[in-house]
Design a protein. Structure first.
Length: 281
């Protein structure tokens, strides 16, 4: 075997691995594009299925897949799933995209709390609002100053962001690059506009959620201070005190009569016997 052939055989596994990775990345890119198109069209079930297929180890942008899944789950009103995915995304996201993920997670906590409040679960609702406020204030998104940038990125909008993030891919696409800078896409705001929108969302969310939290706290206090009412059973015939007193008097009278009769019998037995007498004629 020549040296050249031996080198080819030794390098074959490497080339095979590169080929498999390339195919997988291409598939991820296609699934992500399918999910984004379905999401934009309001077909959230299709979008969720496409984003679920991107659940692979992503060393370049590991936060993107859970962010996309969580944002889609929010639109499907699967708030618990959205919270879990967005929490994972927040743990993995780089600083420049932190508020994008964070504000969607805050919106999810608020939606969960609203549902609890609507069903009268005031304590659980208050706790959910507090969790959302804790996440919001930890990011200080309202304090961040916009920084001009010529690189456009995805825009967050109302709660939560309306367009999922893009999946990284080595090939040109509408996805964030491995360095984290999204590639241009039509009708998307630039970095300065995006940060301004995030600041506005944070400014609006904090007082709104704080007001809701205080309202649930008041409702919780009213519920705890409300005197409990334990209905008293209506007296039955056997429980009527007048009937009981009447029966007691009747029983005493019977006992008294019985004692008198026994006393008469005893008196007759103890009376001395006289001489026999005859009947009158």
């Amino acid at each position: 075997m020549t040296r050249r052939r031996r080198l080819l055989l030794l390098s074959a596994p490497v080339w095979l691995l590169v080929l498999l990775v390339s195919v997988k990345l291409l598939t991820m890119s296609l699934d992500n594009q399918t999910g984004r198109r379905a999401y934009a069209a309001g077909e959230h079930e299709t979008a969720a299925s496409a984003f679920d297929r991107t659940k692979v180890v992503n060393l370049a942008e590991p936060w993107v897949a859970p962010y996309n899944r969580g944002t889609t789950a929010y639109q499907q009103r699967h708030f618990d799933l959205a919270r879990d995915d967005l929490t994972e995304a927040l743990r993995l996201v780089p600083a420049q995209h932190d508020c994008r993920v964070r504000l969607n997670l805050v919106a999810t906590h608020e939606a969960i709390a609203d549902g609890l409040a609507a069903t009268g679960q005031h304590q659980a609702a208050r706790q959910a609002y507090e969790q959302g406020l804790s996440v919001l204030r930890a990011g200080r998104c309202a304090d961040r100053q916009p920084t001009p940038s010529s690189t456009p990125t995805k825009s967050p909008s109302a709660s939560p962001s309306k367009t999922p993030s893009r999946t990284p891919s080595p090939s040109p696409s509408a996805s964030p690059s491995p360095g984290g800078s999204p590639t241009p896409q039509q009708n998307e705001p630039n970095e300065e506009q995006r940060r301004e929108q995030e600041k506005q969302r944070a400014d609006e969310a904090d007082p709104r959620m704080e007001q809701k939290r205080q309202e649930q706290q008041r409702q919780e206090g009213r519920a705890s201070n409300r005197p409990s009412y334990t209905p008293r059973p209506e007296p039955t015939q056997s429980q009527d005190p007048r009937d009981s007193e009447s029966r007691s008097q009747e029983l005493d009278q019977r006992n008294s009569d019985a004692r008198k009769e026994r006393q008469k019998d005893q008196d007759r037995e103890q009376r001395p016997k006289g001489p026999d007498v005859k009947k009158p004629w």
